[in-house]
Design a protein around this ligand. Structure first.
Ligand code: ATP
Ligand code: MG
Length: 286
């Protein structure tokens, strides 16, 4: 049978829908893409993204791309003194219809092996624009197709909701890391997110898996309460709860004010030791 689209009809609708992806050199690697996601705000997504990324580059020799997918731009604030001038806007890569990749807009940092997407003030608007696109859930995944061949790990810091940007992060991901503080609200948020991941795995990304639930902001002084909550979480989440917990440590917040990762800011802090343990635990699985 005749194919009207192939035989010329496509030309009539113009360039925007027919742009071919440029041929690009591929690297030798095949990154594991980790989305750091949680619906609840303030549970440590960004702190985890930044310090896990830097620990994997610093102590495990990984080439890491850190994607700041949250319009709040907190990744860039958190390591503002490490990000080199340069790069472009993630929005440009997301809206380019295949003409640009995430690696085209990323920039380096003072830490060898760690690259990051720079601050992007238009990301909120981009999320709205993506809403009107066909195949809107696959835009980030496609924009990482070649980029991931140049890295060992891609870490995506997602916004605190289940909007189009987070959806793109989850569809692009091989693994989802779910930070959760020991509070009932955070726990019910984890349940909703796991529900969404299950739907994504059956409809959009069969490869997706949960890397684990990471307990954050654990108050080391309140051991009785901790044990009760951790016991409850273990019962609910079983093996999904990671064996490494992140304690409350003011150095983690101070490091972000100083624009540095925790290892550059205070290598002897508890926060540094906990994130180093997390990276060591995950590096074995990557
Ligand atoms: N383990 C910790 N101990 C002490 N403070 C922490 C810890 N983890 C995160 N914080 C602080 O808590 C605040 C929220 O953390 P963070 O920005 O990482 O959360 P988030 O989940 O990314 O938030 P959002 O949902 O707004 O993106 C920050 O000020 C951060 O410095
Ligand atoms: Mg954040």
């Amino acid at each position: 049978m005749r194919n009207l689209l192939k035989s010329g009809l496509r030309r009539i609708v113009g360039n925007e829908t027919t742009t071919a992806k440029p041929v690009r050199a591929k690297g030798q690697r095949n990154a594991t893409v980790i989305a750091v996601a949680a619906q609840k705000g303030g549970v440590g997504k960004t702190t985890t993204s930044v310090n896990l990324a830097s620990a994997l580059a610093r102590f495990h020799g990984k080439r890491v791309l850190l994607v700041d997918l949250d319009p709040q731009g907190h990744v860039n604030t958190a390591i503002s003194n490490m990000v080199r001038v340069g790069g472009g806007c993630l929005s440009d890569a997301l809206l380019s219809e295949g003409a640009m990749e995430v690696m085209d807009v990323a920039t380096g940092t003072t830490l060898p092996g760690l690259d990051v997407t720079p601050i992007d003030n238009s990301l909120g608007h981009t999320e709205d624009l993506l809403g009107t696109r066909i195949g809107k859930e696959f835009v980030l995944r496609d924009a990482l197709a070649v980029s991931r061949t140049w890295y060992d790990v891609v870490i995506i810091d997602c916004p605190p909701n289940l909007g189009n940007l987070t959806l793109n992060g989850l569809v692009a991901a091989d693994q989802v890391l779910i930070p959760c503080d020991p509070s009932p609200l955070a726990l019910s948020g984890v349940e909703k997110l796991v529900g969404a991941i299950t739907q994504i795995s059956s409809r959009l990304n069969p490869e997706i898996d949960v890397l684990g639930v990471l307990l954050t902001r654990v108050d080391g002084r309140n051991t009785t309460l901790n044990q009760a909550i951790v016991g409850q979480i273990e019962e609910t989440w079983g093996d999904a709860l990671l064996p490494v917990h992140i304690g409350i440590n003011s150095s983690l917040a101070k490091a972000q004010h100083a624009g540095q990762d925790i290892f550059a800011f205070d290598a002897d802090s508890r926060g540094a030791s906990h994130y180093q343990d997390l990276a060591a635990h995950l590096a074995e699985q990557l």
